[in-house]
Design a protein around this ligand. Structure first.
Ligand SMILES: Nc1ncnc2c1ncn2[C@@H]1O[C@H](COP(=O)(O)OP(=O)(O)OP(=O)(O)O)[C@@H](O)[C@H]1O
Ligand SMILES: [Mg+2]
Length: 255
């Protein structure tokens, strides 16, 4: 069974960094194949993983709209999207990346969007883990996929706004009728002397706390030098990431 993790939360809390670390750690532990999904229109998951994706699903959707009238006989929209998707997927040792790109736009694209969703959902079962990096907020997550999410990681920081965002996400999750099985809160980049208060605030949200991802200068250095996040050595950060993997289903190595 595929395990799926989605990372959400307020802008700038560390979502993409955590998603990229989860992916590189899963691959490192041999818990592959992993599908990395960059669902943020800003597209920086690839960069963190050391890839500059050439094409996004948003580009494919636009191409399709432009070329729809000139389709060769026998070519259906479904064929076109399927072959386009295969080209978009960046394949690496143990993991693949798919970049969503620009949003879905007007509702008249609905048929195309539903085809894209179907192909994305059909991809999922061939992976052991799917890790989705989301844009800030969560509204799109309820629209974009028809499959369920095993664990939603909601990232909070020292910013009180990140807690308001987490509270909103909690409401959206409850409106999604069980499509998200578990929701956990992870703190990111919080100063040690504020951790107790942050844990108290998480408790007040009525959400399950999972772990703290410490602020780590080595991450800033890697980003500054455009090095992939997989080169991170920090034990403190890596063991926090491993805690997330264990909690969500580290025991699925043999399934
Ligand atoms: N644990 C950490 N220690 C130090 N710096 C970090 C850590 N996590 C993230 N950062 C830095 O904080 C900034 C924001 O991180 P990131 O891009 O992962 O956040 P995000 O929530 O995905 O942002 P956005 O909402 O813009 O997509 C980046 O410069 C990143 O390098
Ligand atoms: Mg991000």
């Amino acid at each position: 069974m595929t395990k799926s993790i989605a990372v959400a939360g307020k802008g700038g809390t560390g979502k993409s960094t955590i998603a990229a670390l989860l992916i590189s750690r899963l691959v490192h532990k041999g818990m592959n194949p992993v599908l990395a999904v960059d669902a943020d229109p800003d597209c920086n998951l690839g960069t963190l993983l050391g890839i500059e994706p050439e094409q996004t699903i948003g580009d494919l959707r636009e191409d399709l709209l432009k070329t729809i009238k000139e389709f060769p006989a026998g070519m259906t929209k479904a064929n076109y999207i399927e072959s386009g998707l295969h080209q978009i997927i960046e394949e690496r040792e143990g993991w693949d990346l798919v970049t969503m790109g620009k949003g879905e736009g007007a509702s008249c694209y609905c048929y195309i969007n539903s085809l894209i969703r179907k192909f994305c959902d059909d991809l999922t079962p061939s992976y052991r883990w799917v890790v989705i990096d989301n844009e800030a907020g969560l509204e799109h997550l309820s629209r974009r996929t028809t499959t369920n999410i095993d664990a939603l990681i909601v990232v909070v920081s020292e910013s009180p706004l990140s807690f308001s965002c987490a509270a909103k996400i909690k409401d959206i999750v409850s409106e999604m009728n069980g499509r998200i099985t578990n929701t956990f809160v992870v703190s990111s980049m919080v100063n040690k002397n504020r951790l107790d208060e942050v844990h108290k605030r998480i408790d007040e949200l009525g959400m399950d706390f999972l772990t703290d991802i410490p602020k780590e200068e080595e991450i800033e250095d890697l980003v500054f030098n455009s090095l992939p996040i997989s080169s991170l050595k920090s034990k403190a950060v890596l063991s926090a990431i491993d805690r997330i993997i264990e909690k969500i289903g580290g025991n699925n190595e043999n399934t």
